[in-house]
Design a protein around this ligand. Sequence first.
Ligand SMILES: O=C(O)c1ccc[n+]([C@@H]2O[C@H](COP(=O)([O-])O)[C@@H](O)[C@H]2O)c1
Ligand SMILES: Cc1cc2nc[nH]c2cc1C
Length: 389
Amino acid sequence: MSRLNLDDFSDLIERPDSGVRRVAEEHRERLAVPPGALGRIDELGEWLSAAQGRVPAAPVEHPRVVLFAGDHGVAGLGVSGRPAGGAHRLVRATLDGVSPIAVLARRMGVPVRIVDAGLDCDPALLPDEVVRHRVRRGSGRIDVEDALTADEAERAVRLGMAIADEEADSGTDVVVLGDVSVGGTTPASTLIAALCGTDASVVTGRGGAGIDDLAWMRKCAAIRDSLRRARPVLGDQLELLAAVGGADLAAMTGFLLQSSVRRMPVILDGVVSAACALVAQRAAFRAPDWWLAGHVSGEPAQAKALDRMALNPLLDHGVTVGEGTGALLALPFVQAAAALSAELPERTEDTKGAEGAEGAEGTEGPERESGAGEAEAESAAAPPGSDTD
Ligand SMILES: O=C(O)c1ccc[n+]([C@@H]2O[C@H](COP(=O)([O-])O)[C@@H](O)[C@H]2O)c1
Ligand SMILES: Cc1cc2nc[nH]c2cc1C
C-alpha cells in the first residue's frame, strides 16, 4: 500500500456543479412563494440540488447517522466530565436505543452506524460489526505523546475512507456525522487552535458533560501543551492527526475527504466533526462545499472552525451531547428543502396577481413561464390543474 498523502485529495475533490446551482436558483425564482419567505430553506435546497446535480432536488430517502467512536488518553487528566475510558458505555447506550441519538434516529427512521476506531475497552463487550474496525485501543495522551503512530494514523484515515465508500456504494444520500468519545473535545480543540493559529484559552470549552473551573484549567493546560507538539507538524495533515488527533478523529477526517470525492453530502455535528472538517479542508480546499454545518454547539473552537471554513451553521438549539444529535435535528430541514424544491408549483399568471408580485424588484419578465422547462426538469412537477384550488 503506497503511503497516503492527504494533499492528494485536492485534485480528487470537485466542487458541486455551479451550473446546476444556477438552474436551482432560477427554479426557485419561478415558484409561487415569495422570495425569502422560506428563509434558509431556499439556500439549503440550492445547496442540495448542486450536490445532487439535480433540479428540482431529489428527495432525501436514505440518510444515515455515522458515528466514529474512541477514547482519548488525555481524559485521564480530568479534562472531561465523564470517566476516562468510558466511551464504550455511550456506545452501548446507543446500541440499546436509550441515548438521545438513538431515540431521535428511531423516531425519524434513520439507521445509525457506529464505528469503533479507538475505544478503550475489551472488544468482547461490543458487537463485532462495531469493534471490527478498531485501529488501536485508546489514543495516546496528546499533551506528552503522539495520539497515534504514523502507521495507525494512516490506517485510521483509510478506515474512514472505506466507510465513506461503503455508504456511497449502498446509496446513502445524506450522512449525519457524529462522534462518541470521552476526551475527544481536547484533541479537537487542539487541532482547531493549531490550524487557526490561536492559543489554548481561546478554544477551550466546557466539553460534553460540562466541567468545573478547575477541570477547565486542566483542559486549557493540556491543549496548550498539545499545541506545542502540534506546531512542528502543521504542514502535514496526517502527521498532525497522529501527533494531536486520535483514531476516531483521523477516521472521521478520512471519511469527510472520501465522502467529498464521492459527492455525498454530510451534515456536521459539533466541535469534533468541525475539527476533522478543518483538517480535511487544509488538504482539499473545495471539500467544505459538500458539508452543511448542522448547528452551533457552543464550543468556542467549533465556532472558530466553522468561521474559517465559511460554513454558516443552520441551528442554534444548545445541544451539546454530541453523538450526531445536533446534526440529526438539522436533517428535517434538508428533507423539507428537497420536498419544497420538488413539489411546490411554479407561478402562473393567476398566482402572480395574487402575490401582487408584478412590479416587485428585478423579477423575470412575465413572458415564458410554461414551456420554459429547464433541461433538468424531468417530469413537469406541477400538474396544470393544481393551482386552481
Ligand atoms: O457537539 C459538541 O460540540 C460537543 C461538545 C462537547 C462534547 N461533545 C460530546 O462529548 C464527547 C466528549 O466530550 P469531552 O468533554 O469528554 O471531551 C464528544 O465525543 C462529543 O460527542 C460534543
Ligand atoms: C447554502 C450553503 C452553502 C454552503 N457552502 C458549503 N456548505 C454549504 C451549505 C449550504 C446550505
